[in-house]
Design a protein around this ligand. Structure first.
Ligand SMILES: [Zn+2]
Length: 883
């Protein structure tokens, strides 16, 4: 390990800025290798009186051309400028204007942070600390200023010039082949929300009339020729704008709202004020090019970025420790939006599956951190599933604890009290305390304690007293820097289900019966006794996944099968089946690891048969019921000495068994769900396709010839990408000639379209066969692949490391070596992308000893490498730490 270690940034060290910037005037002359940036900052001291504090501005890799204070050039002894800092030791007493001119090279910017080029397009990415790569600035979110941005460029190179806010002037520059545009954003914002774009872009335009009757122009800018693929993003944007008005009373504030799609982008999308910049993967869609899942993701991400206009932009974060304040809250809002537009049960199950597959593993491993971390070495590494998805769960629990009305009142208070300011988590939670007079001090532990709480529930019925007693015990596991934990406030939605499948009335023997059938567990151990329960009920706890916990209930397989078919709560119906299947899979994985054989369970498939036959259930829900728990779910339940090959074999065996046992029923449903009309992406059509393709997938899992042929036929006959990809994806898991033919055909059909070829890369990356690693290495030399484009790298290499548990965890360690070498090769060019890839090692400690040793060796290989970026060295150090 390298000995010198950068000092962490700590929440406890926060100090308000000594200086504020009221206005920023930028004048940017675009040039591929020498872009000139003039910035005029109107500064004032934060506090009145006393000697002025030194002014220190952040920079990164900047070249200073000139500097002037109130119109007079500064002499060299009046300031110190390095590539990474500009200091004026003795600034004037009162407000002053600082003019700084810098030059930068957008073409050389491979980190894709600051101002860079994506193809021929100039674009920016400033969150978290990219603005300091454009000009010297107080680059921290609690410095909020009003920006005016003038951009000039040659008309040939950049016919479109965009920045935040409203366009206030534009025109040609006389005597040159250049033109300019001036944009003004009247809303104060932190520098991370600055954006500008220049280039040759086509545009699709729409209109939206806000709740108060103002007309807003909507524009989506894409590569010329891709306009026809913007319809879904535009429709999604309008739905999001309306939903935020009706559900939260939030209206859009500028005259124009723009989205720009670029092909080189480190993230999914960025919520820059009035000028969102998107990874084109999350904008472009048509029936022929995108799957239903792509359509869903586009709708959710367009909505997410739009919702940030209030939760993130109008009210921003005081510092980066408060990242969950904008992200957790905005994820909660986009999840609610999707639930309202589509199916609430299906959305909830999908969200929880993702939470468990990613966040629970992160929370249980060496990279665990609280929703609001107390310190960081590299903020770019905290755009995590814990901050986003667990952060959203914390907001959801507030709503569950307070009820919908008080939750909305708390949100309203937050919007009025903090509008135009940079806020903290404490200030957010205080709004809910103020409207409800609830004491939320203990609830704050959800923001500061890492680890997934475990609740053990034991129910017992007393026939003589006609009562039902529920004993609850909670523990929170140790996590890095947090060996012992306090008990949390855990809202548990509950139902006691009678023999007829109906919920029994709930009446606590002592104390007030809670509203909304939600128990609040706040002590290490607590008991609740329900009166007037004549016969033993079946317990349905943590309904709707009311708390992000691991729940252990002493329930028999009979009770779980009863809940799987009868529970009135759709989430717990699904959960009961998951629990049953996971128990069987854990047992089988252990047996297979020690050379035993997998057990079969006909009652499990009987329960699924009943679900498949139930015509009252939504098809999308049935599809989720039929989906066998993932490898990460099984591994997490096993907990230690995990053998990923045995886990894979157990899961594949169960899938084949379900496909075989229910063959006739699956085939019948597959036929009856065939598409009749034209392709549509409404919830009903999507659900129908989802179930039909799940049936196909289970049939193909048996490996039977006729099922393989069925999939091959669907592949060739499909008139939309969803059905074509589903067939190809099912085929790609089988070593049959049809797979090779279909993959070749797919490449031939879509070779000109990088976003579709990404799907082709990903499918090959997750083939669970020993030849996959060599295949991937060969694909890195394919003409369509590029290490410079994050989408390509994610499609091939991240898909392998995160989605192919069996082959990434090869017993010979070659999967780890390949990923480690790729991290090192990427680090010099794009550290954020490299660090994200390295976090695929987040669960290495739970592996069986031989693999654990090989993973450790690969991590060490990265850790001792010379001149690592802060991003990668931070992940390597934490992944290797012994707590
Ligand atoms: Zn966000």
């Amino acid at each position: 390990m390298r000995t010198e270690e950068a000092r962490p940034v700590r929440l406890a060290d926060y100090r308000p800025p000594d200086w504020q910037v009221d206005t920023v005037d930028l004048d940017i002359a675009l040039d591929p290798t020498a872009t000139r940036v003039r910035a005029k900052l109107n500064l004032r001291p934060s506090a009145d009186g006393g000697p002025p504090a030194p002014l220190t501005l952040d920079g990164e890799g900047l070249v200073l051309r000139s500097i002037a204070l109130d119109g007079t050039a500064l002499s060299p002894e009046q300031y110190v400028a390095t590539a990474d800092r500009l200091t004026i030791a003795q600034p004037p007493q009162g407000p002053f204007a600082l003019e700084i001119e810098t030059v930068l090279d957008p073409s050389a910017n491979t980190e894709l942070s600051g101002l860079y080029r994506s193809g021929t397009i100039y674009c920016t990415q400033c969150e978290a600390e990219g603005f300091r790569r454009i000009t010297y600035f107080l680059d921290r979110p609690d410095v909020m200023a009003v920006y005016t941005t003038r951009i000039e460029a040659t008309k040939a190179q950049a016919p479109v010039l965009l920045a935040n806010g409203n366009l206030i002037a534009a025109g040609d520059i006389a005597g040159t082949d250049c033109h300019f545009a001036v944009w003004h954003d009247p809303f104060p914002k932190p520098s991370y929300l600055f954006a500008m774009v220049g280039g040759n872009l086509a545009c699709v335009e729409g209109r939206f009339r806000t709740m108060s009757g103002r007309d807003v122009t909507l524009r989506i800018y894409v590569e010329p020729g891709k306009e026809s693929r913007c319809g879904h993003a535009m429709a999604s944007l309008k739905r999001a704008m309306r939903w935020d008005e009706t559900e939260f009373g939030r209206e859009y504030d500028l005259d124009i709202f723009m989205i720009v799609a670029v092909s080189d982008f480190n993230m999914g999308a960025m919520e820059n004020k009035g000028l969102n910049i998107f990874n084109d993967k999350y904008v472009l869609a048509s029936a022929e090019t995108a799957t239903d899942a792509d359509f869903d993701r586009i709708e959710a991400i367009v909505a997410h970025e739009y919702f940030h206009n209030w939760t993130g932009n109008r009210i921003t974060c005081r510092d980066w420790f408060q990242l969950c304040l904008k992200e957790g809250l905005t994820v909660f809002r986009d999840q609610e939006f999707t639930a309202d537009l589509r199916s609430r049960a299906v959305e909830r199950i999908s969200d929880v599956r993702a939470l468990r597959a990613h966040q629970f593993d992160e929370d249980a491993g060496p990279l665990a951190h609280p929703v609001r971390p107390a310190q960081y070495h590299e903020i770019n590494n905290f755009y995590t599933t814990t901050v986003y998805e667990k952060g959203a769960e914390v907001v959801r629990m507030l709503k569950t604890l307070l009820g919908a009305q008080k939750f909305r009142a708390g949100m309203d208070l937050y919007f009025t009290r903090h509008d135009g300011r940079a806020a903290t988590v404490e200030e957010f939670v205080q709004c809910f305390a103020d409207v409800s007079s609830a004491d939320l001090a203990q609830f704050m532990l959800w923001y500061s304690q890492a680890g997934t709480p475990e609740v053990v529930a034991t129910g017992s019925h007393d026939a003589a007293r006609k009562s039902y007693r529920l004993d609850l015990v909670q523990t929170v596991p140790a996590s890095p820097d947090q060996p012992s934990k306090e008990p949390m406030v855990i809202p548990l939605a509950i139902g006691l289900v009678g023999a007829d499948g109906r919920d029994l009335p709930l009446k606590l023997s002592e104390g007030a019966t809670p509203d909304r059938a939600v128990l609040t567990l706040s002590k290490p151990a607590q008991s609740f006794v329900f009166a007037d329960i004549a016969a033993p009920p079946v317990l349905s706890l943590n309904r709707g996944f009311s708390a992000p916990i691991k729940l252990v209930v002493n329930q028999s397989a009979d009770e779980l099968r009863f809940l799987a078919t009868r529970d009135g709560d759709a989430f717990n119906r699904w959960q009961a089946f998951q629990t049953l299947a996971t128990q069987l899979l854990v047992e089988n994985a252990k047996a297979l690891r020690t050379g035993g054989t997998a057990r079969t369970e006909s009652r499990l498939t009987d329960a699924l048969r009943a679900v498949l036959a139930d015509g009252t259930l939504e098809p999308a829900f049935v599809a989720l019921m039929l989906t066998v728990p993932g490898e990460a779910d099984i591994a997490r339940e096993i907990g230690r000495d995990v053998d990923p090959a045995a886990v894979f074999a157990a899961r594949a065996g169960l899938r084949a068994r379900v496909g075989g046992d229910l063959g006739a029923e699956l085939l019948e449903r597959y036929g009856s769900l065939a598409q009749t009309g034209p392709y549509a992406v409404d919830a009903a059509s999507v659900g129908r396709r989802s179930l039909r393709n799940t049936c196909l997938d289970l049939l193909v899992a048996t490996g039977h010839r006729d099922s393989i042929c069925l999939a091959a036929r669907q592949y060739h006959a499909a008139d939309n990408m969803t059905d074509r990809m589903a067939a190809l994806s099912a085929l790609s898991l089988c070593d049959v000639p049809e797979r090779g033919e279909a993959l070749e055909d797919f490449y031939g059909r879509y070779r000109g379209d990088p976003l579709i070829i990404d799907k082709w890369f990903s499918l090959q990356a997750v083939i669970p066969e020993p030849g996959t690693l060599d295949r991937i290495k060969a694909l890195t030399r394919h003409g369509a692949f590029s290490f410079a484009n994050p989408n390509r790298v994610r499609a091939l290499i991240h898909a392998f490391a995160l989605g192919n548990h069996k082959e990434f965890n090869r017993p010979d360690g070659a999967g780890y070596d390949f990923v480690a070498d790729t991290v090192l090769a990427l680090d010099g060019k794009n550290p954020q992308l490299a660090a994200r890839l390295l976090s695929a090692f987040k669960s290495w400690r739970v592996l069986e000893p031989a693999r654990r040793q090989r993973a450790h060796a690969s991590l060490m290989h990265v850790a001792i490498a010379y001149s690592l970026s802060p991003d990668v060295s931070d992940i390597a150090r934490r992944a290797l730490s012994e707590n």
